[in-house]
Write a protein that binds this ligand. Structure first.
Ligand code: LLP
Length: 401
């Protein structure tokens, strides 16, 4: 049991808390589900990029899925070997491509025809061979929130099958590109297996036709997206997930790559905040807390649900309320119309399932310093990022007067 009250006393709030034992358990369970094949888990750094989190995963054997050279550098700094690092993203800058080639990572995931040519040009200039994969858009509806659905023709991600095939054939004869992988990612917070199985079938059948043409692809990258329970979602069983992918790969000698972010850390992260005030009008009861949308933007951005519990409360005198922050926006809320007991100044609220896309999406909006981050491992707590001070916030600014 995590002693949240004690952590608040020691580190103050707002505070992110990550359960490192839970992270290990989730990583191991997923790896176990894939054991019938060669597999590599490339943790999606964007979910939570704290160096200690990455180091913990590196020690477990994880690779990294990165979307910027900053994330690649973080992964390498944390000790993730270069041959387990993938660099994706629709808009990579020349300098980022150049550095990824020089760092000799596992592969660069190409997201457009124009980018294909750009990478080839940069590799030629460096006189290096860039290992690549192509992100294929299988045009599959993942049945998730539209903002995190990515595998449809209307989305900006990936390349359609026929164009991707042509690029693979071109790459086969390129002096500077070596096609080693094929990639898709149809969306995030997936709770339905069917679209994953369908996408795997589509992409595996393309892979088979490429093998016939002599394109030797060794990595079948299914992206991330395994959904978690925020409320009462029915989640995918890991065994079924792995089997639905393996089903499409019969007879193919490829390693499976999976890029989970949320699954690894989502429910292993807690966000702790302190109640400042209760206020009511004729319509509503509001609980004003010391954390804001700048700390955890998911409810404001996607209207997502995070379970909120009062720490150390016997839950009497419960009534409906909105939990809101101090930021000057009406969208600065963590929950609407939830049941909470009467609270007083200084009481703690625990916001659950906050490990993924919590801190990484935080900002300094309203000149609020980012929260402190703490790791719990073997019942010990350790600060893994200091609370941002005012000086930290203004450090890069220059006075021009
Ligand atoms: N691989 C690729 C290529 C991705 O684009 C993503 C997530 C992942 C892996 C990891 O997906 P996961 O396993 O975490 O679902 N900010 C949103 C989520 C954005 C996801 C973007 N891509 C949220 O808070 O729900």
């Amino acid at each position: 049991m995590i002693d949240f009250k004690n952590l608040a006393k020691k580190y103050n709030t707002p505070l992110y808390i990550y359960d490192f034992d839970g992270i290990e358990k989730n990583y191991t369970q997923l790896k176990e589900a894939f054991k019938a094949r060669k597999s590599l888990i490339c943790y999606a750094v964007k979910a939570n990029s704290n160096l200690s989190v990455l180091k913990h995963l590196a020690n477990l054997g994880s690779g990294a899925d990165c979307v910027s050279i900053g994330e690649v550098k973080r992964a390498m700094k944390a000790g993730i070997p270069k041959y387990k690092i993938i660099f994706s993203g629709v808009g990579k800058r020349d300098e980022e491509i150049e550095e990824a080639i020089l760092r000799d990572i596992l592969m660069i995931n190409i997201e457009s025809e124009a980018e294909y040519h750009r990478i080839e040009l940069i590799a030629a200039k460096l006189d290096k061979v860039a290992r690549i994969s192509i992100r294929v858009n299988p045009n599959i509806d993942a049945h998730t929130h539209p903002y995190i659905s990515t595998g449809l023709n209307e989305n900006k991600f990936g390349i359609d099958i026929s164009k991707a095939k042509k690029l693979y054939i071109l790459a086969k004869d390129s002096k500077y590109l070596e096609p080693v992988g094929i990639h898709f990612h149809i969306g995030s917070q997936l709770t339905d297996l069917k679209p994953i199985a369908e996408a795997s079938e589509i992409v595996a059948s393309m892979l088979k036709s490429l093998k016939v043409l002599g394109v030797d692809i060794r990595f079948f990258d299914v992206g991330g997206g395994i959904g978690i329970k925020y409320q009462d979602e029915k989640t995918i069983k890991l065994y079924d997930y792995a089997q639905s992918i393996f089903g499409a790969l019969k007879g193919l000698d490829v390693s499976v790559i999976c890029e989970p972010g949320r699954y690894i850390i989502g429910n292993n992260g807690y966000f702790l905040t302190t109640v400042l005030y209760e206020k009511s009008n004729n319509f509503k009861r509001f609980i004003v807390v010391d954390a804001g949308m700048n700390d955890l933007i998911r409810p404001a951005l996607y209207k997502t649900y995070h379970k909120i519990e009062a720490v150390c409360s016997n839950n009497v005198n419960v009534s409906k309320c909105d939990v809101v922050g101090p930021v000057c926006e009406s969208s600065d809320f963590f929950a609407k119309n939830i049941d909470l007991p009467i609270l007083s100044h200084g009481d703690l609220l625990l916001i659950k399932s906050a490990g993924a896309y919590g801190f990484t999406m935080s900002s300094n909006y309203n000149s609020r310093g980012r929260a402190c981050e703490v790791a719990i491992k073997d019942d010990m707590d350790m600060m893994i990022r200091k609370r941002e001070s005012f000086e930290d916030m203004i450090r890069l600014e220059k006075e021009f007067l």
